[in-house]
Ligand binder design. Structure first.
Ligand code: FAD
Length: 317
């Protein structure tokens, strides 16, 4: 079932979470172990992230460097369909522009459609750690909006190959990312909103936000979206802070602010465990306020760990 259908049918805020595919070589049971503790809270759907290949350099005798491309977390398509069929819960595989030509994208979409997957989260992807700027593949999609256009076309039966006989339309529900605190590369919040509106006009059915730690940022973002004519559901994405180094790492990586109240409390903590518990308590308070405000879904970033999400879900759902 589509995410939008889950939202339409629900009489209360839904629960969903995001998982990373297992590292190369790990078993399916590894991801199953992350899902099982969260099943009792009836997730409406589970997102599976996509990870572009990374470039690694090996130093050869004599000092020459040999380039290797490595996919550390392959298998988003396979793991998504395995989860959907083993658990009966809808999945939302992420699909990115980076590393994909439009033709490879189309083939992945056909696979996902045949596998009975109704939902996609469409993203541009970040540049690999070795590159400063995002560079699309030759004949790849440059921005998420281009990927949304490609999937919207496929939903109308428009494939890349012109004049295809008996071309069957797909029926994907399309999610896209939104940034309450602005995407780091956007010139300003207004241009970021205009670019978000372009994704909606191209066919996005709902938005999932980047993590935030101050609910007011989300409420203001929703207001700005509505003012510019974005009227689709805007699902808040939450991540509990879990370690002291995240006071620096989260703003650096995701360009989000840690509110002073939270930062001060972290500084006062005497142990790793007390910081972990503070992060859970903060996220529970955020979740309760968002539910009271009537958000359609609370979406949690697990970052590969589900214990703190379980404690939050237990207090909230
Ligand atoms: P876009 O919407 O393309 O925007 C990227 C930047 O370009 C923005 O600054 C935007 O304002 C600007 N822009 C957009 N259109 C134009 C245009 N036409 N001209 C000029 N500028 C433009 N990354 C992964 O690699 N794998 C994942 O699984 C993954 N999952 C994510 C899930 C969520 C909910 C979120 C919020 C992010 C996720 N990311 C993931 C990270 C994401 O790929 C990065 O944030 C990336 O830098 C931007 O992706 P986007 O889809 O928002 O890009």
């Amino acid at each position: 079932m589509k995410v939008t259908e889950h939202i339409q049918k629900a009489s209360k805020t839904l629960f969903s979470f995001e998982l990373l595919p297992p590292l190369k070589g790990e078993q399916f049971s590894h991801i199953q172990d992350k899902i099982n503790p969260l099943l009792e809270f009836n997730p409406a759907y589970i997102n599976i992230t996509y990870h572009q290949e990374e470039i690694e350099y090996e130093t050869l005798p004599g000092g020459l460097l040999k380039k290797h491309t490595v996919r550390k977390r392959p298998g988003t398509v396979g793991i998504s369909s395995a989860i959907q069929y083993k658990t009966g819960i809808d999945v939302v595989p992420h699909l990115i522009c980076g590393g994909f030509t439009r033709e490879i994208t189309e083939n992945a979409l056909i696979d996902l459609y045949f596998l009975g997957i109704d939902n996609l989260l469409l993203l541009r992807g970040d540049p690999p750690a070795t590159q400063k700027y995002f560079v699309p593949e030759p004949d790849g999609n440059a921005f998420a909006v281009d990927l949304v256009k490609q999937v919207s076309n496929l939903n109308k039966g428009i494939y890349l190959e012109e004049g295809l006989e008996n071309a069957h339309p797909t029926n994907f529900c399309i999610g896209v990312a939104g940034y309450p605190e602005k995407h780091p590369e956007a010139a300003n919040p207004q241009s970021d909103l205009i670019n978000l509106k372009a994704k909606v006009d191209a066919g996005a059915d709902y938005i999932v936000t980047q993590m935030f730690f101050d609910n007011q940022k989300y409420f203001d973002f929703v207001k700005s979206c509505r003012a510019i004519g974005i009227d689709i559901p805007i699902i808040p994405g939450l991540k509990p802070l879990s370690a002291k180094n995240q006071l620096v790492a989260l703003p650096q990586t995701f360009h989000v602010d840690i509110p002073q109240g939270l930062a001060k409390e972290v500084q006062k903590c005497k142990s790793k465990q007390s910081i972990y518990e503070l992060g859970i308590a903060w996220s529970i308070a955020q979740s309760k306020e968002l539910i009271a405000a009537g958000v359609p879904v609370l979406h949690y970033y697990t970052m590969g760990k589900s214990d703190n999400i379980r404690q939050i879900a237990k207090a909230v759902f």
